[in-house]
Write a protein that binds this ligand. Sequence first.
Ligand code: PMP
Length: 436
Amino acid sequence: MTAQTHPVEFGRYQTSEQMFNRAKEFMPGGVNSPVRSFGSVGGTPVFMAGAEGAVLQDMDANQYVDYVGSWGPMILGHANPKVLESIKMIADLSTSFGAPTDRETALADHIIERHKAVDMVRLVNSGTEATMSAIRLARGYTGKKRIIKCDGCYHGHVDSLLVAAGSGAASCGIPGSAGVPEELANLTTVVPYNDLDAVEKVFGDYDDIAALIIEPVAGNMGCIPPVEGYLKGLEELCKANGTLLIFDEVMTGFRLSYGSAQELYDIDPDITCFGKIIGGGLPLAAYGGKKDIMQHIAPLGPVYQAGTLSGNPLAVSAGVATVEQLNRDLYATLEDKTKQLVEGLGSILTNAGIPHASNRVGSMFTIFFSEKAPQNFEDVQQTDLERFKKFFHAMLEEGVYLPPSAFEASFVSTAHTDELINFTLEAAQKAIQKIK
Ligand code: PMP
């Protein structure tokens, strides 16, 4: 497949529209995860038919260069031959045993080998499960109750963490969530991202803080890197206060570098959550950390956590086949490619006189329509969200699939060839005529 689109014409998304109307009758909002509904950009979500490499094809046979990558997992592009082969090979044996397999140990080994802060892992099925379990483990280990999280960071739809939770909720205009008991929400203290003083103050106010959970590079309010010294400062504060530092690397893990964000910023978190890439596009996630902490999990310890499909053979195989392809050279290439793309987009916007700022770490990036690069969620909310909507739709019409929300990060994969990056830049050149 190469990216090309039908000329803009009436009925271009006709099949998607029909499918969306039918889906809305059977599923809330017609989708199984809110951001997919295009709620914050308007219009009809595009229903997908297939994908290969970095190109998606929808049900109306429009093709798009994909910068969503299934929200992060597809670092090798879609339908990666080795990943497909590994899934097919295992599927012939069984789709689920509910008993241990050696592949699970192989995946655990890959995770541990790359992360010096991780001695043991537990595999689960989603990022939400990983963060939920990490919080329970931190509470069980420390005997404390309170959690600190950052405004705009999303850690899955865990009750304690659905407070000021960025992307999905923000895209729907929901600050928290109905259904979360006040008693539980009160145990979560929210601080602005990139503000060490705010965290210090919370430690002054409370002495029962079990964990501070953070996206080391935020991705759920668009891509926002930590300011110099921020993560180190958090590490020191947590250590000094007997609080566990949880790195939520569900998005950044295996994405930003060989050893994830913790290697890039040289931090030693107590617990790390993984997801997305480690399942190669199948439902799989994990949490891991130091041995003495992880040994508190059942069956070794008193913190209970389990799963019928945990360590599912198909997902584990896809994960192993994915991470085995991710070597250090590949991260360097990915970074170069992403830099080329982001700088190219920046020049196009500069030449058109459109105020913008780009944040990028490795192969994760966001172009914000604002003069200044945002450093926290409040900054992001002040960017030009209307212009983002127009840009999103204009790019879609030109054959480029960006995340349908200004509060989400974009991802580049190894399947984004120079040709596809040039195609994207040409598309942007045309798209900006519609957003000036
Ligand atoms: N943590 C982070 C940083 C995430 O980006 C996400 C999902 N976008 C999650 C947790 C939740 O993962 P899942 O959707 O697999 O439950």
